[in-house]
Structures are given as structure tokens and as C-alpha cells.
Design a protein around this ligand. Structure first.
Ligand SMILES: [Zn+2]
Length: 380
């Protein structure tokens, strides 16, 4: 353990807080390109000032992604990948546009999800520049602009950088039990659109081709897929269809959400969904299945488990113990894991209430997690 890391972070507490405040006060809803780009410019100038080479992957409608590389990154290197997103879920006109601190907490849009994580990562790297340990570390840090909408623009970039990485770290917030994340379920969003035949309800026979009736059968079948013991959840979240009570419904639609813990159950869910979509119970109806988005699962592999054990021991030595969490929601760690690269997530500050105006982090965890992360990197 290098005591200089802890000293460096301790003397920089105030500047970490003011950097966090600055980032939080830049409105950066995923669809607010101008705002996300401002965060990107601020981060690029910070990283460039630290001796990192910065490039942008340009986007036309979303914010540009920033890719910052330490001097030790060489072509074909087995690099260390770090990712953090700059966007938040709060729309431009949201009244949640302020930053404040209490004695022990920081509040504001993105303090936990995940501008606090960006500050943790950047200051951990600053500490390693201070100690000189950065010289041997080939670090590529991706700051992406679109995680909260499923990373449509950055997904390919993350995949490509992951392929040359020996390991990866994602700085989403840690859980309140001082947890870090060693596994995440995958998700799938899909839509079923059923077409039937319209007619007057009063004259319809038993053979009426009601799209709503067909969708009702499919809804029951989908809900049957729920298997909490296997970690599988299936939800028909919205349904719509028909034009009035006296008309046989010609049209019906449902939006679906599925969660699964590992690649095998993911494949099983996909197969079941295909079967349900393809099976017609009400004659005369047809169904189209659209897969809208999804992230593959991030299983806790033996390699990830090994990484966690080393972090756990290190954290204990530093006097800031961590616990292990299998998190329900998805993040860019899911994309990294699908490339077979071991990844640890939840290394950002400890916080909660993401995606709500009560979002907060524990102030002290901002420096504690930064000290921990710098030590993790220094030990590689
Ligand atoms: Zn996030």
C-alpha cells in the first residue's frame, strides 16, 4: 500500500467536491447533446491536463464520447479499461437542477449515477500520476454519452476497447452496504404486435379473430415464464389495442421486459419468447415480435470472483471493507462482460435513490472509493 495515494486524495477532498459540483450543474440528460458535450469538453480538458491523450467518437444527435488514454497504452496492449457515463436521466426542463451538500451527503442529478464515479476515477488516476505509478499502467478511460438510453452509440466502441483489455472497471455507484458489483442480470425489451380482423361485436361468432384475445393468451404465457428461483423475470408492462367496445379488435400491442442471470437462461428466454410469439391460439390472427433493446448478462465468473477477493482484501487493509453485490439493473459492464473480459462494477461512491430527486452519495465515500480504486490499479 502506498501511503502517498491516501495523502494525495486527502489533500484534494475540497477540489473533488468542487469538481463534482461543477459536473452535476451541467445539465446532461442523454438527449441534451449540447449539455453532454459540455461535460465531455470539461472532462477532456481535465484528462489532457493529466497527460492523457484524448479523442472523441463523434455522434450527430447524442453527445460525443470521449476516449482518454494514458501514455503507457500501446497498440495491441492488454489495456485496463475503465468506463463511466456522462449522461443522466433527468430531462432538460427538470427542476432537479441543483447541487447541495449536508454534513455527510451530496445531492444532485447524477451525484451517484454517475458523475461521482467519474470524479472517483479521475482522482484515482491523478493520485497515480502523483506517485508515478501511472507510467506502467496502460489505462483507457471511456466517458460515454448515452448509457441511460441503452448505449446505442457507444456500445460498439466499448466492445472494441474491451476486446484488447485484460480487465475492466466500471464506476457506477457502490451500494449502501459498501458493496461493489460482481454480477448483473441481462435484460431484453421487446414488443408484440398482433393483427386480427375487425367486425361488429354483435355479429361475431366464436371464430372471431380478436387481436386482444390472442394477446391475452400470449400475456398469460409470458407471465408463466417468471421463475424467481432461476433469477428470471418476465413482465408484460403495457398493453393497448382495439377501438371500442362494440368492435372486434383488429390490433393489439404489448411491451415486454425480461431479466436473466446468465447466457444460458438468456438463450432460454429468447427461445420461449419465439415460441410464444409464433404460436397462434386465436385463428385468423398474426403476430410480429420486435426486439427493441437489451444487454447481455454479466455473470460472476471465477475470474471476476478472484478479482473481487483481491479487492476485498485490499479494502480490508485500507480499513474500508466492501461487500459483494449481484445487482438487478444493467450497465455498460454487461456489454464488457459479453466480450469475455472480467469486469468489476459499482466502484464509484456509495449512494442510492438513483433516477429520483432524492439521489445522493455518502460524501466520505467519494475519497474512500478513490483511494481504493487507485490502490486497485496500483496493484495490477
Ligand atoms: Zn448509471
Amino acid at each position: 500500500m502506498n501511503p502517498e495515494i491516501e495523502q494525495f486524495i486527502s489533500t484534494n477532498r475540497a477540489s473533488m467536491l468542487s469538481f463534482l459540483e461543477e459536473l452535476v450543474l451541467i445539465q446532461s440528460f442523454s438527449r441534451n447533446k449540447k449539455g453532454v458535450d459540455r461535460v465531455g469538453e470539461r472532462i477532456s480538458s481535465e484528462m489532457a491536463g493529466m497527460g492523457f491523450s484524448c479523442e472523441q467518437k463523434e455522434e450527430s444527435d447524442l453527445g460525443h464520447h470521449v476516449i482518454a488514454r494514458s501514455p503507457a497504452v500501446k497498440d495491441g496492449d492488454r489495456q485496463i479499461l475503465i468506463t463511466g457515463h456522462m449522461d443522466t436521466v433527468f430531462p432538460e426542463n427538470s427542476s432537479f437542477n441543483w447541487y447541495k451538500e449536508s454534513e455527510n451527503k451530496c445531492f444532485g442529478p447524477g451525484v451517484a449515477d454517475m458523475k461521482g464515479g467519474l470524479v472517483v476515477g479521475i482522482y484515482a488516476l491523478k493520485a497515480l500520476i502523483h506517485t508515478g505509478e501511472i507510467r506502467k499502467l496502460p489505462v483507457t478511460f471511456i466517458f460515454n454519452s448515452d448509457e441511460e438510453i441503452g448505449s446505442p452509440g457507444s456500445r460498439q466502441l466499448i466492445r472494441e476497447e474491451a476486446r484488447t483489455a485484460r480487465m475492466a472497471y466500471v464506476l457506477e455507484a457502490g451500494g449502501l452496504a459498501n458493496s461493489i458489483v460482481t454480477g448483473r442480470k441481462g435484460n431484453l425489451r421487446a414488443r408484440l404486435t398482433v393483427k386480427g380482423k375487425a367486425g361488429h361485436a354483435a355479429f361475431a361468432g366464436n371464430d372471431k379473430a380478436s387481436a386482444i384475445l390472442e394477446l391475452a393468451h400470449k400475456t398469460l404465457a409470458i407471465e408463466e415464464m417468471n421463475a424467481p428461483d432461476k433469477g428470471v423475470s418476465a413482465n408484460v408492462g403495457t398493453v393497448s389495442g382495439g377501438i371500442g367496445p362494440n368492435t372486434v379488435a383488429e390490433h393489439a400491442q404489448a411491451n415486454l421486459d425480461f431479466r436473466f442471470p446468465d447466457p444460458d437462461t438468456a438463450a432460454h428466454v429468447h427461445r420461449q419468447l419465439d415460441v410464444i410469439s409464433g404460436k397462434t391460439t386465436v385463428a385468423g390472427t398474426t403476430t410480429v415480435l420486435d426486439i427493441e433493446s437489451g444487454r447481455p448478462p454479466m455473470p460472476c465468473t471465477p475470474e471476476v470472483s478472484g478479482m473481487f477477493k483481491r479487492i476485498e482484501a485490499l479494502a480490508r487493509d485500507l480499513g474500508m471493507p466492501v461487500s459483494q453485490e449481484l445487482r438487478q439493473g444493467v450497465s455498460d459492464a454487461n456489454i464488457i462482460a459479453s466480450e469475455g473480459v472480467p469486469v468489476i462494477d459499482g466502484l464509484g461512491p456509495v449512494g442510492a435513490k438513483d433516477h429520483s430527486e432524492d439521489e445522493f452519495i455518502e460524501k466520505a465515500s467519494l475519497w474512500e472509493r478513490s483511494i481504493l480504486f487507485a490502490n486497485i490499479l496500483a496493484r495490477i
